[in-house]
Design a protein around this ligand. Structure first.
Ligand SMILES: NC(=O)c1ccc[n+]([C@@H]2O[C@H](COP(=O)([O-])OP(=O)(O)OC[C@H]3O[C@@H](n4cnc5c(N)ncnc54)[C@H](OP(=O)(O)O)[C@@H]3O)[C@@H](O)[C@H]2O)c1
Length: 234
């Protein structure tokens, strides 16, 4: 058994969130889903997830509270839609929503919080930040996750992936780094999900904020644990 707790996936119907669910299923880890649309979740995952669903928005305190209770870990794959002017802005989702999720998770005794953030969050002049200051909002969400989950008995892992791409997991060697020094790069959503799930049981992933991209090489990967270990040696 890789991890024996129950993992709540927030944003489970998103493109990365779906892969998080698939990788948890792959390892036989117990999970719950926090989604806006039950219909979308059932279409994606089938009727067997019915009892695992909490419906709601990351903008709503009661719904978030219901979702996090009884979870041992949370993996947050939520992201606002910066291209849609009708959608709530990054300040409401990527900052306040993430902070709400982390705060309620901490209160309810969730032990490990995994946040999927983004490369370049510490670079306010990056072109992506023009969209509702999405990078700055993500950094503020990250800061609160670090503050809440660095206390004794709790832990966090914050992943900052490059541009997200489609493809099967574990087909490319990855590059992990810290300090937001990687200028650009891409990575399959499936591999981001895999790294997020592996952080549940990898000691070197605890209390870690790191960037991740894939290399151009094609080479089957058994696990990403060695990338976490090598990162810590630097
Ligand atoms: N796109 C990139 O190249 C890139 C690069 C680096 C980092 N990122 C970040 O990586 C993360 C995952 O990206 P992705 O492309 O997988 O995202 P995505 O497919 O757009 O999925 C986002 C998820 O967030 C959910 N969500 C949005 N607003 C919500 C709310 N108010 N309450 C609850 N859930 C809400 C969506 O729900 P529905 O399923 O109901 O829509 C969806 O499940 C995001 O944080 C993104 O910003 C993206």
């Amino acid at each position: 058994m890789h991890y024996s707790g129950t993992v709540l996936v927030a944003g489970a119907t998103g493109r990365t969130g779906q892969w998080v669910v698939k990788r948890l299923q792959h390892y036989g880890i117990d999970y719950r889903l926090f989604v806006r649309s039950g219909k979308k979740a059932l279409e994606l995952f089938g009727p067997e997830i019915t009892d695992k669903l909490t419906l709601g928005s990351i903008e709503n305190d009661e719904e978030v509270l219901a979702a996090v209770s009884h979870a041992d870990a949370v993996i947050c794959a939520v992201g606002g839609n910066v291209m849609n002017p009708e959608a709530p802005p990054p300040s409401a989702i990527d900052r306040d929503g993430v902070i709400r999720l982390a705060a309620h998770a901490r209160e309810q005794g969730v032990r490990h919080f995994v946040l999927i953030s983004s490369l370049a969050v510490t670079r306010p002049d990056h072109p992506l930040n023009k969209y509702g200051q999405v990078l700055t909002m993500k950094l503020e969400g990250e800061n609160e996750v670090r503050r809440l989950f660095s206390m004794k008995g709790f832990s966090y892992t914050i992943l900052r992936p490059g541009g997200l791409a489609e493809g099967e997991p574990m087909e490319h060697p990855l590059l992990f780094d810290t300090g937001d020094r990687i200028e650009t790069g891409k990575i399959n959503r499936s591999d981001v999900a895999e790294a997020a799930v592996e952080s549940l049981w990898t000691p070197e992933a605890r209390d870690l904020t790191f960037e991740l991209i894939q290399t151009d090489e094609n080479a089957a990967q058994k696990s990403f644990e060695r990338y976490f270990r090598n990162l810590n040696k630097k």
